[in-house]
Design a protein around this ligand. Structure first.
Ligand code: SAJ
Length: 410
């Protein structure tokens, strides 16, 4: 392939790290930079920083190819910026401060004609409004900007990095083609070229599409509960229609993407993004709704001691170790608001570090003395072995445990 471009990946989190590793293992000379010294130490010690299918193998391949990890920004042809983009809780608008800070630091070292590729998800116009002025302040007219939003799904990142179609937005086709060629070093799928604002919008739209579709499934769950119907049977049959594909209802939408990106559109277009806002509120209402449902099941099963009810699953979805914006954390916060006195017993086989009070670290310790379990995450551990729960009462919010007299659904 003979492909040796010096790339500095800025931000080695859930997206930056696999992207850096993927490029390095495909012949690109990569330096990964992160401002967090302990993260760099861990990587230098030969360990990855989160669990993900195929990541350790990819890491080993990248290290073999000579990837370097550092806290310093490098002098490079190309920078890939993949830092977090949270939103302001009140205005619902994007908080571009991490992106802006990264761009400023890059500009201090970037050589003439360097290309800055923003991978972080940003709302449409963020690059025009916040990044271009930073470049203009430095008086630099030689650097190029591009936006190449990531699309990989946690749980299948390594595969999707290679096989998902991608988008590259840039100001001119020559820059776009160069960035495309860089991604084509590992991406075997189609790479569409467009302008920067369109690229920004497509990314936010993709996640909003999914949020709205999950909200629809969640609203159906509530309707079916009130109407005494089995939502899963309704969805199963409705989905046999050739143009219907309803997603899975669940205890809420977590993660750092789908639960956040739609807010960018609501924040920027508050008068018009009504449907999107409602979907967000619907999904955000689910953890509290699960709590109400748990109380109903407890009543029905004559369980009066809430200390004998535990929560299985802390992560935002199955078989990942990411707990950001997780429905379980939202539900625990809601319990606190309702002044539930004792911390609930909580267990997640994917979460080794202590995140919440009441958390235990083995299934045995978790189940000891429990009469009921609220299953918030459908990890493979229980999907393939629902018998682990014995004959306890189960509130199966993910519909993964099958049917049984002790199994209640949302
Ligand atoms: N969920 C449901 N029902 C479903 C599907 C998901 O309740 O039918 C819940 C999950 O349990 C989870 C949340 O929604 O709490 C989001 O999970 P997800 O698997 O749908 O998506 P993420 O957040 O892991 O990754 C998404 C993906 N976007 C789309 O599928 C449009 C991924 O491709 C993006 O790269 C990623 O966001 C991102 O980083 O933006």
């Amino acid at each position: 392939m003979g492909f040796v471009v010096m790339v500095n990946v800025i931000g080695l989190g859930y997206i930056g790290l696999p992207t850096a590793l993927m490029m390095a293992s495909h012949g690109v000379a990569v330096v990964g930079t992160d401002c967090e010294p302990t993260l760099i130490e861990t990587l230098r010690a030969g360990r990855t920083t989160f669990k993900e299918e195929g990541l350790d193998e990819l890491f080993a391949a990248a290290v073999k190819e000579g990837i370097v990890f550092t806290t310093e920004y490098q002098v490079c042809d190309t920078y890939i910026i993949s830092v977090p983009t949270p939103y302001e809780k009140l205005s619902k608008q994007i908080d571009p401060s991490y992106v802006v800070a990264a761009v400023k630091s890059v500009l201090e070292v970037a050589p003439n004609a360097a290309t800055l590729v923003i991978e972080s998800t940003v709302s449409p116009n963020t690059i025009d409004r916040f990044v271009r002025p930073v470049v203009a302040e430095t008086g630099r007219t030689d650097v190029h900007l591009a936006h190449a939003p990531e699309r990989i799904i946690p749980g299948n990142m390594v595969y999707e990095l290679k096989h998902n179609n991608r988008t590259v937005g840039a100001d001119d086709s020559e820059v776009a083609e160069r960035v495309k060629e860089l991604y084509a070093s590992f991406c075997q799928a189609e790479i569409s070229i467009t302008d920067i604002r369109t690229a920004e919008m497509t990314k936010v739209v993709e996640n909003t599409f999914r949020d709205i579709n999950i909200a629809f499934a969640n609203e159906l769950t509530k309707i079916c509960r009130v109407g005494g119907m089995d939502v899963h049977e309704v969805i199963r049959i409705a989905n046999k229609h050739p143009r219907v594909n309803i997603l899975n209802p669940g205890p809420g939408v977590g993660g750092h993407c789908i639960s956040i990106d739609p807010w960018f559109l609501v924040g920027d277009y508050p008068e018009t993004a009504n449907f999107i806002r409602l979907a967000r509120h619907t999904n955000d209402s689910m953890p509290e709704w699960v709590l109400g449902r748990a109380f109903d099941v407890m009543r029905e099963c004559h369980i009066t001691d809430s200390n004998r009810v535990g929560i299985y699953g802390i992560t935002y979805k199955e078989d990942v170790d990411d707990v950001r914006e997780s429905p379980t954390l939202q539900m625990l916060a809601s319990m606190e608001r309702h002044l539930v006195a004792d911390p609930c017993r909580v267990y997640d086989p994917w979460v080794e570090r202590d995140i919440v009070p009441g958390q235990v670290h083995t299934m045995e310790e978790f189940l000891d003395g429990l009469e009921m379990v609220i299953v918030m995450v459908g990890h493979s551990q229980i999907k393939s072995h629902p018998e682990l729960f014995g004959n306890r009462v189960l509130l199966d919010t993910r519909n993964v445990l099958g049917d049984g007299p002790n199994i209640y659904k949302l």
